[in-house]
Design a protein around this ligand. Structure first.
Ligand SMILES: C[S@@+](CC[C@H](N)C(=O)[O-])C[C@H]1O[C@@H](n2cnc3c(N)ncnc32)[C@H](O)[C@@H]1O
Length: 290
């Protein structure tokens, strides 16, 4: 493939992903990838992707969707996975090699500024677009990757109220700890920054997309194989994890009570598979004009 990785310039969010979130995501990879797959599994059969297509998967993380898309486009097509954390991409490269999928390449880059050429039929993002500093500029940059008439599909979380897998633990932990301050380090606007379909429709319109459509995807999500694992996961990742991390010493002092409260509430959602809570996303599709 002809794309070259430009030297990545790290803004504060990209730094945060690399410094803080990479180790946590690697530790919790089994929960995250399996959980997020519930959403893409519902979306994949409907994607506008054909054998021979060229596809870009932005914010591709560990690369599992990029590999699945590479299988789908077959040997006459190809996939480029782009992420700002090379540590994630190494998993994708290894998994693709192990699976014998040669038509996928992974490039470390900031999707907001990567100099795409209009060579892709399809641009995909599973939960990778909610962290952009300037969503309109980034969505516009994604559109520059598309051929005329090409399709972009992104999956983004709906509101926290529709996502108890993240909302419930946050509501419990904020009984014990303060909300993070405005100066808290963060991964960007955050997982719910694209929950409002009206706002996102406008962003996409300004970014130059046509025929924008939203479809709600609901799926159960495993947050731990047992209550202890679910508590540990929540203290590490997501809005509850952010509250816990930002509270510093206070969080350590209250840890025992927080763990007990989380365990009590999360145990109510125990199934034979593990702790399962509801989650809800938007499948958002837009077209690059012909
Ligand atoms: C919630 S993860 C989703 C990863 C993957 N798509 C999945 O579904 O498993 C968000 C991903 O977006 C990446 N990311 C965040 N901001 C980015 C940026 N500006 N450019 C490229 N990747 C970015 C992160 O490194 C992370 O891998």
């Amino acid at each position: 493939m002809s794309q070259l990785a430009p030297q990545i310039e790290r803004n504060e969010y990209v730094e945060f992903w690399n410094d803080i979130l990479v180790p946590k995501f690697v530790r919790w990879r089994h929960i995250l990838v399996d959980g997020l797959t519930h959403h893409s599994a519902k979306v994949f059969p409907r994607l506008d992707v054909k054998p021979g297509d060229r596809v870009v998967d932005v914010g591709c993380g560990f690369g599992d969707t990029a590999i699945e898309l590479a299988r789908r486009v077959g040997p006459s097509g190809s996939v480029l996975g782009v992420d700002c954390c090379d540590a994630f991409l190494e998993y994708g490269r290894n998994d693709a090699a192990k699976a014998g999928v040669p038509n996928v390449e992974f490039v470390e880059a900031d999707v907001q500024t990567y100099p795409f050429r209009p060579e892709f039929d399809f641009c995909f993002a599973r939960f990778g677009t909610q962290f952009f500093e300037n969503p309109v500029a980034a969505l516009r940059n994604m559109r520059t990757s598309l051929k005329p008439g090409g399709t972009m599909t992104m999956i983004v979380w709906r509101d926290i109220a529709d996502n108890p897998w993240l909302g419930l633990p946050k509501s419990i932990i904020t009984d014990f700890l303060p909300q993070p301050g405005d100066d808290a380090r963060s991964c960007g606007p955050g997982p719910f920054s694209m929950a409002d379909s009206g706002v996102v429709a406008k962003q996409l319109e300004i970014a130059g997309y046509e025929r924008v459509e939203f479809e709600r995807i609901d799926a159960p999500l495993l947050v731990g194989r047992d209550p202890d694992e679910a508590v540990e996961f929540q203290l590490a990742i997501g809005p509850a994890g952010e509250v816990f991390r930002e509270a510093g010493e206070l969080a350590q002092q209250r840890r025992e009570d927080i763990v007990a409260a989380l365990k009590r509430e999360l145990s109510r959602h125990e199934t034979p598979e593990g702790i399962v809570l509801g989650s809800s996303s938007w499948m958002v599709t837009g077209k690059n004009p012909e």
